[in-house]
Ligand binder design. Structure first.
Ligand SMILES: Cc1cc2nc3c(=O)[nH]c(=O)nc-3n(C[C@H](O)[C@H](O)[C@H](O)COP(=O)(O)O)c2cc1C
Length: 512
C-alpha cells in the first residue's frame, strides 16, 4: 500500500536516530518514495549519506545550502508529501513546532505542508514527562498532529522509563494506518479473532492446536490499513499490532465472552481463530503427577462461537480441512449461515500452519467460489476484505452514518422498470403487499411491505426482522415478472460484485 507514496521522514538529534535508518530502509522496501530531512543536530549523530544511500534520494539538511535544487526546497517537499513522519522527534522539535517556529528546513517544511504529520517522540523520561513537553504535545494534538506514544524500557542513559522510540515495524504500521484512514473500510467496526485457543488440563498443560494466528493478524492489520476500527481478539502470542484494540484470551469460553462484548454495533465479525472443539471437562487445580499408567481425559464440547454469534453484521468463517475441503466448507457455510467462508487445505504444504503464505478458496453465500493462487497472508486478507466491502454495499454505502436507502423496486404493473425507493411513495402511493426481497447475493426473502416509503433509519427494524444486513443492497420484486429479472440482476451483481442500479434508465437497459 506504500507503492509510490511520497513519505517525508524528518530525523532529529535524538539517540534513537539509528532506528530511523532502518525505518527509512523499510519504507523504501515497502515501495514508498522516501525523502529525508535532517536537522543539524541529527547530522551530528549520523551522516546524511546513510539515508541517501538507503532511500536513493538526496537528503535535505539546510534551507540555504542547495537553493539551486528546487526539488528539495522546503516548499516543494511540503507540497509533494503524502505524509510526514518525524522519527525520532526530540523535545526540541516538538517545542519548536508547538510554537510555530520555522528556523530550519524541517520546521519550515512542516509549517508549509498540508499532508498529515505523525510525530514519534523519543527522549529521556524526565524530558518526556516534563509538563512543558506534555503541554506542547497536547497543543500539537489539538492542531491535528498525530503522535506515536514512546515505549517504556531501558533508555540510553541506563534509566528505566518512558521515552524509547518504537521499533521501525511499528512506525511503518502507523504510516500505513494513517495513509489508509479514508480507505474503503473507513468508519466500519471490524472484529477479528486469531490464534488457537488453549483449554487447560492443569496449571501447566493444555489442549491447543497448531494455529499461529498469522492469518487473523494479517486480516486485522489489513482492515486497519483500510480505515476500519479494529478489535483483535487473540489467543496467539504474536507481537501486538498497533492502531487497534487488542483483547488477549486463552480459552474458547473467554473468546466467546470477548466476542459477545465486542460485536455490539460492529459491521463484520471475521473468525480466523482456531477455536478448540473440545476441552477437558474439569481442569485440575494442581499439576497432574506423572503416573505409571496413562491418563484419561473427559472432554466436552466448547461453544461454537460463530454459530452462536448472530446479528446485524457480516460473518466470515474459516474452514481448515484435511479432506473434502470444499464440500466441508460449504456445509459449514450453510450450517452457520455465514456470509463468507474461507477454505484452506491444511494438507497443502503451501498453507501449513505458521507459514506466511496461504492458498485458499473464498466461498460466499451465493455459492460463488474464488480459487486464489498461493499468496501472502496479507494479500489473502485483502481479498477477503474486498468481499466484505462488497457485501457491505460498496464504498459509499453509509456516508451519512444512516442505513442506506439505495433500494430498487421492480413492479411489473409499472412497465417492468425499477424505481428507486427514494421518492417512490410520491409516484406510486397505492402499491403494497407481498413482495420478494433479493439481497446482492441472490438470497430471496418473502415479506409483506406495507409502505414503500421506508427510508433511512425507518428501515433498521425491518432489515432486522428479515435477517438482512443493513448495508445489503436489496431489490424489491413485486408482481409476476419472475426469474428473468432475478437472473439479470444476479448476473449484474456477480459481474460487479455488487448490485448498484441507480437510475430507471439503466435498469431498463439491463432488461433489454
Ligand atoms: C548524546 C546525545 C543524545 C541526545 N538524545 C536526545 C534524545 O534522545 N531526545 C531528545 O529530545 N534530545 C536528545 N538530545 C538533545 C538534542 O540533541 C538537542 O536538544 C538538540 O538541540 C536537538 O536538536 P533538533 O531538535 O533540531 O534535532 C541528545 C543530545 C546528545 C548530545
Amino acid at each position: 500500500m506504500l507503492e509510490n507514496k511520497r513519505i517525508l521522514l524528518g530525523v532529529t538529534g535524538g539517540i534513537a536516530v539509528y532506528k530511523a535508518a532502518d525505518f527509512a530502509s523499510q519504507l523504501s522496501k515497502a515501495g514508498a518514495q522516501v525523502h529525508v530531512i535532517m536537522t543539524a543536530s541529527a547530522t551530528e549523530f549520523i551522516s546524511p549519506l546513510v539515508f541517501s544511500s538507503l532511500t536513493g534520494n538526496e537528503v535535505a539538511t539546510s534551507m540555504f545550502a542547495t537553493p539551486e535544487k528546487p526539488d528539495i526546497s522546503h516548499i516543494r517537499l511540503a507540497e509533494k508529501a503524502d505524509l510526514v513522519i518525524i522519527a525520532p522527534a526530540t523535545a526540541n522539535i516538538i517545542a519548536k513546532l508547538a510554537a510555530g517556529i520555522a528556523d530550519d528546513v524541517l520546521t519550515s517544511t512542516i509549517l508549509a505542508t498540508t499532508a498529515p504529520v505523525i510525530i514519534a517522540p523519543s527522549m529521556h523520561h524526565n524530558m518526556y514527562t516534563n509538563a512543558i513537553t506534555q503541554e506542547n504535545i497536547k497543543k500539537l494534538k489539538s492542531r491535528g498532529f498525530s503522535f506515536i506514544e514512546p515505549e517504556t524500557g531501558r533508555l540510553a542513559s541506563g534509566d528505566i522509563g518512558i521515552g524509547r522510540l518504537p521499533a521501525p515495524e511499528k512506525l511503518l504500521a502507523a504510516v500505513e494506518q494513517a495513509l489508509g484512514e479514508k480507505g474503503d473500510l473507513a468508519g466500519r467496526k471490524i472484529i477479528v479473532t486469531a490464534g488457537g485457543t488453549r483449554e487447560p488440563i492443569d496449571p501447566v498443560r493444555c489442549i491447543t492446536n497448531r494455529s499461529s494466528g498469522k492469518m487473523g493478524y494479517a486480516l486485522a492489520e489489513a482492515a486497519r490499513n483500510r480505515g476500519a476500527k479494529v478489535t483483535l481478539i487473540t489467543a496467539a502470542g504474536l507481537p501486538e499490532p498497533v492502531g487497534m484494540k487488542v483483547v488477549a484470551v486463552n480459552t474458547a469460553e473467554e473468546m466467546k465472552k470477548a466476542v459477545a462484548k465486542a460485536v455490539a454495533g460492529c459491521d463484520a465479525l471475521i473468525m480466523a481463530a482456531a477455536v478448540a472443539d473440545f476441552r477437558p471437562k474439569t481442569a485440575a487445580a494442581q499439576k497432574i503427577k506423572k503416573g505409571r499408567g496413562g491418563l484419561k481425559l473427559d472432554l466436552v464440547a466448547t461453544p461454537d462461537i460463530l454459530a452462536e454469534t448472530k446479528g446485524n453484521f457480516i460473518r466470515v468463517g474459516f474452514a481448515a480441512e484435511s479432506d473434502n475441503l470444499l464440500a466441508n466448507a460449504r456445509k459449514k457455510l450453510a450450517a452457520k449461515q455465514l456470509d463468507i467462508i474461507v477454505a484452506n487445505d491444511i494438507t497443502d504444504k503451501a498453507s501449513t500452519f505458521g507459514s506466511d503464505s496461504n492458498k485458499v478458496t473464498i466461498i460466499s453465500r451465493t455459492g460463488k467460489e474464488e480459487n486464489l493462487p498461493l499468496l501472502s497472508k496479507r494479500e489473502v486478507a485483502d481479498k477477503i476484505l474486498d468481499r466484505v466491502v462488497s457485501l457491505m454495499g460498496g464504498k459509499n454505502a453509509r456516508e451519512d452514518g444512516n442505513v442506506p436507502f439505495q433500494i430498487e423496486l421492480l413492479d411489473s404493473h409499472i412497465n417492468a422498470s425499477y424505481i428507486p425507493l427514494k421518492g417512490y411513495r410520491d409516484s406510486f402511493p397505492n402499491l403494497g403487499g407481498k413482495v420478494s426481497l433479493m439481497t446482492t447475493d441472490g438470497d430471496v426473502v418473502e415479506t409483506v411491505v406495507k409502505s414503500y416509503g421506508l427510508q433511512g433509519k425507518a428501515l433498521k427494524p425491518w432489515y432486522k426482522r428479515n435477517g438482512l444486513h443493513p448495508r445489503d443492497w436489496i431489490v424489491i420484486r413485486a408482481g409476476p415478472l419472475g426469474n428473468y429479472v432475478l437472473d439479470v440482476l444476479k448476473k449484474k451483481a456477480e459481474a460487479k460484485n455488487n448490485l448498484e442500479i441507480v437510475s430507471q434508465r439503466e435498469a431498463k437497459s439491463l432488461l433489454k
